[in-house]
Structure formats: C-alpha cells, structure tokens
Design a protein around this ligand. Structure first.
Ligand code: ADP
Ligand code: ASP
Ligand code: MG
Length: 454
C-alpha cells in the first residue's frame, strides 16, 4: 500500500491513511509512504539555496519543514510519545541543518549530496507514520529504505538492483510479516551497496511500492493518491475526465510513460513481470473502487481509454544527405544518445533525416555537438508529446484520420503510430497542449462504455 504526498500531508491525512491500512490488516500489508506533500520540492529549494551559498535561506526553509513535522507529530501522538518522538525528529532535522551548512560553506552541490538532502523527506515521513500507526495500536515497524532499495550510484535517477533488493526484502520484510508486523518504509529513496543515499527519480514512490510488491510477490499493489483512480485525462486539464474502472498493464504503462503523473513511468514494470494487479485508489474517498490495472482488460466499446500529455520535450532533427543509401546511420545516431545516457521517446525517419524527441534538456547541447560531427543538427525545446491510448486501436481503421481532423488547425510536428499498436502519439507546441487535449477529450470521451468508465 503506497500513500502519496497528499495522502500523508498532515495529521488528518495520516489518520485517514492509518484507517485504510487498518481495514487491510488481515491481508498483511506493507506500507510505503512519500514525503509529506511539497516537502521534496522544498528540500530541492533548500539544497539549491545551500549550493548557491545562501545558508540563511536554506536554513529558513528547513526550519519551516521542521515546524510542519512537529505540528503533525504533536497532533498525532499523545504527550508522552510525542516527547520521545520529538527528540528523534530533532536529531534528524539537526542532521539536515548540519548538511545544509556544510553545502553552503563550500557553495557546491553535488548530485550525491542532493540525494542525501532529498532523502530526509521520506525518512522523516516514514518515521512519523510509523509512530502514528503505533500510537493507534497497530504493530507498525519502521523499515529503512536504504537497507532494502539498493541501487547503482547514478544519483537523482538511480537504477534499482533487483536481485540484491529481492534478497534484502526477503531478509527484512518477510520475517516482519510472519511476526504480524506492519512494515512502514519511505518510497523514492534507496542507497548504493555501500550505503550512500540515492533517489530513483521524482515521483518515484510509486516505483518503490511496485519494487517491494513484486519483490515479496504481493497479491496486489495499491497506489493511494488524491484522485479516484486513473482518469481519461489529467483532471486539471479536463475537469470532466472520467474514471477508468479497469485498464491493461500495457495501456496504463503507455499513459504513465507519456505523462499521466498519477503513476511514475516505471511503476508497472515490476508488476508486469510478476503479473501483480495494481490498484489506484483515493485516500480521501476510500469507498471508491478506483482503477484496476491488470494483465488483460475486458473488452471495451470506446475507441480510446485515455489521453496523456508530456511537456518539456525537445525535438532533435538530424539531416545527413550524404547518408543517402548508406547503412548504419541510425545506429550511429542512437549510439550518441546512448553514450550520453539519454532516452529517446518518439522517432520519425526519412531516408536522410531523423527527428527524435528527448526530455532531458541538460544533455542536449553535448549530444548536438556529437551529432554535429555526422550530420546537420537542429533542436528546439518547448514541445509536448500527446498520446492517445487504447487497445481498440488494434485493427480499427479510420481513427487516426478522425484524431487529426479534430485538431486540423494545430501544428503537428511529428506523428508516430504502430510501435505498440495501442497508441497514437504526436508532438505539438507545448502551449497547444490544453486546447488539443480538451478538444480530443470532447471528441472521443463524451460517450463512453459504462462497463469501463464512470
Ligand atoms: P501522489 O502524491 O499521490 O503520488 P501525484 O500528484 O503524483 O500524487 O499524482 C496524482 C495526480 O496526477 C492527480 O491529482 C492528477 O492531478 C494528476 N493526473 C495527471 N493525469 C492523470 C490521469 N490520467 N488520471 C488521474 N490523475 C492524473
Ligand atoms: N517525494 C518524492 C517526490 O516528490 C517521491 C514521490 O512523491 O513519489 O518526487
Ligand atoms: Mg506521485
């Protein structure tokens, strides 16, 4: 059971989460929690201020974080427990201050130190939830994510080392479950084999929960958040977005990858490997059935399940006339992206040119310099990928025509269909996202199959 930031944002939210966990005790849950809402953003700001040498600003943000956690703890715990827990929290926040002072003194922030600073959010929220659950009489036990989620040392976007993790989970989680304990662990963070804290990418607590769920062969992975499940699109863009009752792994994975923030893009990989159903549920409305993500979704009469959009994309155009008829052009290009460890999302090719999209803007100048040795290169930021997903696309003709005629006045920069057979993906200007998504939502999601949506 994973609870996101808003689901543990204050004492009231943590109490709601505790009640939800209590309702599942017979099923032996493991709980994974995010940092309280916005805490990771504030830690990023702290780290940035310290790195820029602004010690006072860094400590000022840290003090507000400290107070917010003290307030929640005092509301959740009785006086006696609070006094003891307060000194534990104090030690954590003192350590954070110490770290920030050190960073500010040298005026330099490394990815390794960033991860150390960010790790405080989940470390502290997991301690607080454990204390709060115990105070209600649950047999909660804190599990340090740094002992379970072992990763490589690629700080801020570390890769989990599954075999090592699975051994650690068997050693740590299984005995706790056998003793009737409820393990509580922070998401998002891990550590290298030598114990240095790492993080697995923003929004990564969903992924942590899936790693744990797959590692211990759970019967179900529950993602508790602040909406009634996965919706037909981002409800911030279309307030009338409908809940998807059930969706396939493949469809949900495409949506998560192409921008549906409700799930971290990597979440479904461990679940798919072990065929463990994932359920997205609302901690403010736990009666709602949310969305079930399963290997095979039932037949659905609607053309699409959902639309997602991913902003902050850069298009890279590579043109090499002298490559006409030569082989190895694509390999040479992809080798360069590989060398810079940069993932490519959408690709369109012609004989002498390739357009591709990437979302890591920092690496692009260096990549363009390398590509420039082979071909003419242009790149342009502020683009967005829009992706319509649905298994009914397989074998249905005429849908693409309907999609593009709905947005005939929009400048579409790239189109890709066919790779997975279940999506139509295209690239537009970032500023066009709201009107494109709203218009497509209106056109394709007004009349939906009631068996699958509500
Ligand atoms: P948590 O802190 O619980 O991980 P997130 O903020 O990461 O929550 O994800 C939940 C949010 O994702 C929702 O509040 C909603 O604004 C956004 N969202 C974007 N696309 C979708 C979608 N297709 N379905 C549901 N929510 C979506
Ligand atoms: N707290 C982390 C973040 O804000 C991880 C998460 O919430 O999933 O990115
Ligand atoms: Mg999230």
């Amino acid at each position: 059971m994973k609870f996101g930031g808003t689901s543990v944002e204050d004492a009231a939210a943590i109490t709601r989460a505790a009640k939800i966990v209590e309702s599942r005790l017979a099923e032996k849950p493991i709980v994974v929690v995010s940092a309280m809402a916005k805490v990771t953003d504030q830690l990023v700001a702290c780290a940035g201020a310290a790195g820029a040498g602004d010690r006072d600003q860094a400590l000022c943000i840290a003090r507000k974080l400290r107070e917010r956690h003290y307030t929640a703890a005092s509301e959740l715990l009785g006086t006696g427990v609070f006094t003891q827990f307060h000194s534990e929290l104090e030690a954590e926040f003192d350590a954070l201050d110490e770290l920030l002072r050190g960073v500010a003194a040298v005026g330099e922030l490394t990815p390794r130190t960033t991860d150390n600073i960010l790790s405080f959010g989940e470390r502290i929220s997991s301690q607080l939830c454990t204390a709060a659950f115990s105070a209600r009489g649950m047999n909660a036990t804190l599990v340090d994510a740094r002992q379970c989620i072992i990763t490589d040392d690629r700080h801020t976007r570390a890769t989990p080392l599954f075999p090592v993790i699975n051994d650690a989970l068997a050693d740590i989680m299984q005995p706790l479950l056998e003793r009737g304990r409820v393990p509580v662990m922070g998401g998002f963070i891990g550590a290298t084999k030598d114990g240095t804290p790492t993080t697995i990418g923003r929004g990564g607590s969903d992924f942590s929960a899936a790693i744990v769920g797959a590692g211990i062969a759970a019967t179900r992975i529950e993602i508790w958040t602040d909406v009634d499940g996965m919706k037909t699109t981002d409800p911030n863009l279309c307030p009338d977005a409908k809940r998807i009752k059930v969706i396939s792994f493949e469809e949900a994975a495409e949506l998560a990858y192409f921008g549906a923030k409700v799930l971290h893009p990597a979440t479904l990989l461990p679940a798919i490997q072990k065929n463990i159903p994932v359920q997205v549920l609302n901690s403010r409305n736990p009666q709602n059935e949310g969305t079930r993500i399963v290997a095979r979704a039932p037949a659905c009469k609607s053309a699409f399940k959902a639309i997602a959009a991913k902003k902050r994309i850069t298009i890279v155009d590579v043109v090499a006339t002298r490559m006409l008829g030569a082989h190895g052009f694509l390999k040479a290009i992809f080798d360069i992206f590989d060398k810079h460890r940069c993932a490519v999302d959408v690709v369109s090719t012609s004989e002498v040119s390739v357009s591709l999209t990437v979302d890591s803007n920092e690496a692009i100048p260096a990549i363009a310099a390398d590509l420039g040795k082979l071909a003419d290169v242009k790149y342009e930021g502020r683009k967005a990928i829009v992706c319509l997903v649905g298994e009914n696309l397989r074998g249905t003709s005429g849908i693409a025509a309907k999609v593009f005629s709905t947005i005939a006045d929009v400048n579409v920069r790239m189109i890709s269909q066919g790779a997975s057979e279940i999506n139509i993906t295209f690239v537009i200007e970032e500023d066009d996202v709201p009107r494109v998504v709203q218009r497509l939502h209106q056109a394709f999601f007004s009349e939906l199959d009631p068996a699958v949506f509500d």
